[in-house]
Design a protein around this ligand. Structure first.
Ligand code: SAH
Length: 379
């Protein structure tokens, strides 16, 4: 609950992490929350009415979260989100599984205060899944600390042996290497798993020979396309990303030397490709968020337009464009306007698919930020 929505009593609610009772104007109990005085979201609601936030209710929440994953995933997928914060009604807590290792990420002081307790309650259910290590990565950019060589900082082992720096997991049977130490987020972008699989299918359906993957990071889209028979071009501005991608190619039995990895700015790469009249039958664009806040939305929309037009310009006749956005401030309808005929500068592409976040990233009706991911297919 936003601080601005709170009336009386909010000043005396106590320290970060304190359990508070929320009541309406008539004194009716609304629910119990964890108090976060430094955050604009001052009260993170966990239970309804007067139900206490005790170990039993936290354990029930954890069990509810894990139950959905248990019937969603089989042995072909060993990396997925176990707990998706607000979306699993566990505000401030994200837990991602990478095979035998789980990574906890905590957002806000209230959640930080309860991290050790949540970790303790996670232990038995995680061990039952075959997860024997729980490591916490600090919020902010621990990858930046790792780049400076500060290995230990930003990592707390809650239980189990300290994890290796990298781990090989599977997504729909495809192996990929996750850099647990330097990787972005908790190590990988698990939210695009279904999109990566779809790109593999599209490559097969189109019999695409050339696939361009812009903002490729650890090369997941490229690997699915490569396994479907295409020669791939991966473009990312970070060199480290390509090293991880190439390790995944090798793990999957694909020779990375037969594929192109360009360390470049995607916009500059597209300009150069256009000049050289290079084309691809499948183009994927998955940039970082262009809109950090509401104010930057108009600027972000024009950046998406510019990017999508440049993608359309290198698309081979009959080709397919996959365009994604992970900005929560840009909703699906606004994003769609960056893919219309005027934006693309052509009138032959139609949106054939528009996907949101996958089922291990559940959302709630009131939690609009949860619907941040858009993945559009234009053919
Ligand atoms: N598609 C990836 C996730 C992409 S994350 C996946 O499925 O896992 C965004 C990536 O864009 C990051 O790896 C970052 O290094 C890269 N990036 C950021 N700005 C860039 C730019 N201007 N040109 C190319 N890559 C960029």
């Amino acid at each position: 609950m936003w601080r601005s929505a709170l009336a009386r009593g909010a000043d005396e609610a106590g320290e970060a992490g304190a359990e508070v009772q929320l009541v309406d104007e008539r004194g009716e109990a609304l629910g119990r929350a964890l108090w976060d005085p430094a955050s604009p979201i001052a009260a993170r609601v966990w239970t309804l009415g007067r139900a206490p936030i005790d170990d039993a209710s936290l354990t029930w929440r954890i069990e509810r979260a894990l139950a959905v994953r248990a019937w969603t995933f089989d042995e072909r997928t060993s990396a997925y989100r176990l707990v998706h914060g607000e979306g699993d009604r566990m505000p401030g807590f994200v837990v991602d599984r990478y095979g035998p290792v789980a990574v906890l990420r905590v957002d806000g002081e209230a959640a930080a205060h309860h991290a050790a307790r949540i970790a303790r309650l996670l232990r038995a259910p995680l061990e039952a899944l075959g997860v024997h290590t729980l490591v916490e990565r600090a919020a902010g950019r621990p990858e930046a600390a790792a780049e400076r060589g500060e290995k230990a900082r930003g990592r707390t082992v809650h239980f189990g042996d300290p994890p290796p720096d990298t781990v090989t997991v599977r997504e729909h049977g495809v192996p990929f290497v996750v850099d647990l130490l330097r990787g972005q987020k908790t190590g990988a972008f698990l939210d695009q798993r279904e999109s990566r699989r779809r790109v593999g299918e599209l490559t097969r359906q189109l019999r695409a020979e050339r696939v361009l993957n812009l903002f490729s990071y650890a090369g997941g889209f490229s690997l699915h396309a490569a396994l479907a028979g295409a020669k791939t071009t991966s473009v990312d501005i970070a060199t480290q990303a390509h090293a991880t991608a190439q390790a995944s190619f090798t793990a999957a039995g694909v020779d990375p030397r037969k594929h192109e990895f360009a360390t470049a700015d995607a916009f500059a790469f597209l300009e150069d490709a256009k000049r050289k009249k290079r084309t691809w039958e499948l183009v994927i664009s998955d940039p970082p968020s262009f809109a950090p806040n509401e104010k930057s939305v108009p600027r972000a929309l024009s950046a998406y337009r510019k990017l999508h037009r440049a993608c359309a310009e290198v698309l081979a006749p009959g080709g397919v464009l996959c365009a994604s956005s992970c900005s929560s401030h840009v909703d699906a309808s606004s994003f769609a306007t960056t893919l219309d005929d005027a934006s693309l500068g052509r009138a032959d592409l139609r949106m054939t698919e528009l996907h949101g976040p996958p089922s291990d990233h559940p959302t709630l009706p009131a939690w609009t930020e949860g619907r941040y991911l858009k993945f559009a297919v234009l053919a």
